[in-house]
Write a protein that binds this ligand. Sequence first.
Ligand code: NAD
Length: 545
Amino acid sequence: MEDKDTLPRGVKLLHDPVHNKGTAFTDAERDALGLRGLLPPRVCSPAEQELRVLGNIRNKATDLERYLFLVSLQDRNETLFYRVVINHIEEIMPLIYTPTVGKACQHFSHIYRRPRGLYISLQERGRVKEILGNWPHREARVIVVTDGERILGLGDLGAAGMGIPIGKLSLYTACAGIHPTHCLPVTLDVGTNNEAFLNDPLYLGLERRRERGEAYDELVDEFVCAVRELFPEALLQLEDFGNRNAFRLLQKYRDTLCLFDDDIQGTGAVALSGLLAALRITGGSLDQQRVLFFGAGQAGIGIGNTVVAAMIEQGIPEDQARGNCWFFDTQGLLVDGRPDIPPQKQPFAHDHPPIDELLEAIRTLQPTALIGCAGQAGMFTEEVVQQMADLQERPIVFALSNPTAKAECSAQQAYEWSEGRAVFASGSPFDPVQLGNQTFVPGQGNNAYIFPGVGLGAVASHSSRVTDGMFLVAARVLAELVSEEDLALGRVYPSLSQIREVSARIAAEVATIAYREGFARRDPPEDILEDIREEMFQPLYPHYA
Ligand code: NAD
């Protein structure tokens, strides 16, 4: 029973999304809480409310309208919002996260209705702690922060990128049961170089170009210090920063607080997991694989480093592990002696003559796996996929670029061009493919399989750090949860409908590391998995009367 003394009453209660039950307030509650007459007479069950919401969503003409409906439901009644998201995760996730959230960010300044999260702009330098103090809830346990420079595959959206931290945190609650009031979305507004936004009179962010000087680092530093002071146990997730800042900020802060970058580390783990599951189909061990990455940005390098760490764990030396991973980017094959190689790419620049053509790189290197993460549509042509299929009995082909329109090839193409032999996964969802009498169900390498569970494990153990080992264990747990039935359909990830169990299992292993390696700031419970399951938020209405 909730404490009635602190509960708002009457219309205030109906406008309080944390406590509101809408038409589900019982007769006794309506009398006790001053709600009589403020609601239509019929008391609805949560299941009936859910049906009404689903009907509304399905009747909308566009996904953006569905997104807006869901956002306003979240603003009115969080419990019902999460009930719908959790019970229909496969249908709703693409509406509250990629791809629809990308469109919502692009239109942010025109569809804006109500604020959510905290905006911290360059103008507020020196006042960041005060702003964090304006957060209306007592505790922030997970903070997702962006500076809006590289929103999904859409580029610089400035302050309009706020939809991303909001969406990711909704997934933290839906997929891993982090309480909604413990989730804090933050946008650092440091300007934008998006010309269309700068010329748009309705753009809601700072009307200036992106800060590239010291003021940027000072703002980030002030923010990190304020988080440490006000929410010392919070997990901080970096999200959709541009390349020039993402690697640098991760390096700068990862050893001083509980922090990770999902685009680099989360992507690394989800792709490694896909590879591990794919090996259950193709046979062979990870350290025998030769992986060619098409794209050497945050995703590619993040995956490369994670794969290398996993190979080292299997017992091969680092230089051999790195030698198994090759990168192809805008400058062609990443080789020694190429000018201006940034620090994060240097460990993957191998001694080899330059190659300008992807097809030639495949012919020369003979990879067992080809991983697309360049954000360039259609680059895995028929020739490319056929070449992979000529070289390997079961070639691994992952087209991870998002959104769907940016995928290197479609699932249909990968299966058709390889005569059904490719083990395929993608970044955005693809429908099942029928080839002759065989059905293939392509897996989606969605980061939502990893970051909520890793975050939950860090939060549950009050960990002071998020380590690479935690991402490795998360990848392994996820790969183990792929069933034989999934593999028979060619699917290298479990169904999203199991996501809460996936997150709980990952969290338990992550927390175990935190307890074992001295990062936890609490004593371990007797049963770590049970402790985590019990802590997970359930979208159930409390009884108020
Ligand atoms: P990024 O901008 O950091 O990196 C892009 C890389 O691609 C750069 O190395 C660039 O040189 C290379 N590139 C661009 N055009 C190329 C071309 N024509 N030929 C060869 N190389 C080219 O971006 P990122 O964060 O690494 O993301 C890349 C893609 O991966 C995006 O589409 C993103 O949506 C996707 N992604 C997928 C997942 C997932 O599936 N879970 C996770 C993260 C990112």
